[in-house]
Design a protein around this ligand. Sequence first.
Ligand code: NAP
Length: 278
Amino acid sequence: MEIPHHVLNDGREIPAIGFGTYPLTGQECIDAVASAIEVGYRLIDTAVNYGNEEEVGEAVRRSGVPRDELFVTSKLPGRHHAYDDAIRSTKESLQRLGLDHLDLHLIHWPNPSRGLYPEAWRALVDLQREGLVRSLGVSNFTGEHLRRVIDETGVTPAVNQVELHPWFPQQEMRKTHLELGVVTESWSPLGKRQAPFDEPPVAAAARTHGVTPGQVVLRWQVQVGALPIPKSATPARQRENLDVFGFELTEDEVSAITGLGRPDGRLFGGDPDTHEEM
Ligand code: NAP
């Protein structure tokens, strides 16, 4: 299956869909990531706080797919934002993964009350200069957080990974990303376990196009310009979620799904201005 790419603001390419690995751990994680790579995923999303970097590394090695064909993302946790901690944390991620570089490293949450995310960003910029990280990004940043790191370093994050699904379509953030040249990556792209599969516009589009509601939601992600990273432990669903480049939603279908958005649509109230994760 041929997966299209986005071109990042640093000139590198990133697959237009990826594989999320939270909350997989242990053998289940190794099996799920190995199967994801086998069915065709090339972008794998992990994080220090998922506690599964070793398993992801193991699956990558087992896959036999050349390293330069894979795109591995990890994330720096809130407790490692101080400059030296960020450098050490990233080197430890590489050790656990058994890799010599990350394709993308993200600041997991800005934790604005601690105010250390600009320092963490400076560390990532230096890690990129050293070649340990190829592309730099952030997660759960607001426009204000993005502008602050850009103003302080002159380096614009290539990616901002944010909560994005039909109940929380992030129109404003997507506009900001377009203005700044940042790729929008979507976490919980299917709306997690509360998946909005029964919503009438999703169910109707699935019937019209002869696909599953999950495929409709992921196709909607692609058409609004976002890069979804669905998680599934099930090989059949992994394959289904990847198979979203062979049909197209109409503009009306896209608008109707975006119209499901609501101000309180976040899954667990993860407002980056107030929600903090260490
Ligand atoms: P998600 O991908 O929206 O949904 C995953 C859930 O949907 C799982 O329970 C999965 O079950 C089920 N599912 C997957 N495909 C399906 C299909 N085709 N039909 C029916 N059900 C399906 O939610 P998520 O795991 O929260 O988010 C994806 C990734 O985003 C995470 O794995 C993680 O890498 C990342 N993330 C990042 C942040 C952040 O702060 N940056 C926060 C949350 C998540 P099965 O496994 O049983 O198939």
